[in-house]
Design a protein around this ligand. Structure first.
Ligand SMILES: Nc1ncnc2c1ncn2[C@@H]1O[C@H](COP(=O)(O)OP(=O)(O)O)[C@@H](O)[C@H]1O
Ligand SMILES: [Mg+2]
Length: 157
């Protein structure tokens, strides 16, 4: 089980997220990649992004906010978010996106940082919008992120 994933947290804490990593591995999640702010763990079609610094929490909030705002529709720059939701711990749960299709990526996806996009259910979605959300979404998401929004954690992906 992974009880720590569902404990409320919004401050980066090395040992707290270390515990989450161990819990994920104990239920067969495997590390699939690391960026500047988060490590991705995968089990089947599910990815959990665990923060490795304070930005990891902020970016996960921003991505969850972005997906909630736009759902499967494009934003003003034609970008489509991968379905995801914020967990109480500040980790982000996201669908697994197959990134092995770089030749087929549309312009909007090539324009996002590192072209971190791929296919999910036959459509192109971005799995790391962290550096591309800072301008608008991160500001909005600050207003959105508070405990009164706990119901969001139970919305379906
Ligand atoms: N939804 C996903 N599908 C497939 N791989 C993912 C997904 N989310 C993250 N990853 C992998 O985990 C790595 C770290 O996640 P990422 O969101 O890029 O974190 P950071 O914000 O630190 O760059 C990615 O580079 C990628 O390899
Ligand atoms: Mg990344």
């Amino acid at each position: 089980m992974t009880p720590s994933l569902f404990k409320y947290n919004r401050d980066y804490n090395y040992s707290f997220y270390g515990k989450i990593k161990k819990e994920l591995q104990s239920v067969k999640f495997e590390e699939i990649g690391e960026g500047c702010s988060r490590i991705g763990y995968r089990r089947g079609n599910v990815v959990v992004k665990v923060p490795i610094n304070t930005y990891g929490i902020k970016y996960s909030i921003a991505e969850a906010f972005g997906y909630r705002k736009f759902r499967n529709n494009p934003d003003s720059k034609e970008r489509i978010y991968a379905p995801c939701r914020l967990l109480p711990s500040g980790c982000l749960m996201m669908v697994y996106v197959n990134g092995e299709c770089y030749n087929g990526l549309p312009r909007w996806a090539l324009n996002i940082d590192g072209a971190q996009a791929g296919t999910y259910k036959g459509r192109i979605v971005a799995y790391d919008m962290s550096h591309d959300t800072v301008d608008n979404v991160l500001e909005d998401s600050k207003l959105w992120d508070n405990k009164s929004h706990h119901d969001l954690f139970h919305s379906d992906v």
